[in-house]
Ligand binder design. Structure first.
Ligand SMILES: [Zn+2]
Length: 127
């Protein structure tokens, strides 16, 4: 019996996690606020997938517009040191749950249950 296996093994977050992250970030880029559904891994996925359970944890995922070369995602790739300082990138050995992102000047922790801490209910409105 011949079994054909797709080589396109997905290492991304599952549907529920994607929905959760999009809901948390309100379908907006966390850096600039434009509408996006692009999910960025703060701690990069390792080569050939990873067994690190935090890779696809909501704390490690954030919506960023653009691709690897454009938009805010592109900025992160081109300014890795600054991006790390602002929490958009998390080093392989760090825990994304304890690495806040710098969201509009406010440090924000992303939690495993798809929330942010401190809560953003008091976030200033307007551009
Ligand atoms: Zn953006």
């Amino acid at each position: 019996m011949i079994r054909r296996r797709s080589r396109a093994r997905s290492t991304g977050p599952d549907v529920d996690t994607r929905e959760l992250v999009r809901w948390r970030d309100r379908d907006r880029c966390r850096m600039c606020g434009v509408h996006t559904w692009q999910i960025h891994h703060r701690k990069p996925r390792g080569m050939g997938g990873t067994r690190d359970p935090l890779i696809n944890d909501p704390s490690n995922l954030v919506l960023l517009c653009g691709s690897g070369t454009t938009g805010c995602h592109g900025w992160v790739e081109m300014h890795r040191t600054a991006a790390r300082e602002q929490g958009w990138l998390v080093s392989q050995h760090a825990d994304p749950r304890y690495q806040p992102i710098d969201h509009e000047g406010q440090l924000l922790f992303l939690t495993s249950d798809g929330k942010t801490s401190p809560e953003t209910t008091t976030t200033r409105k307007g551009a």
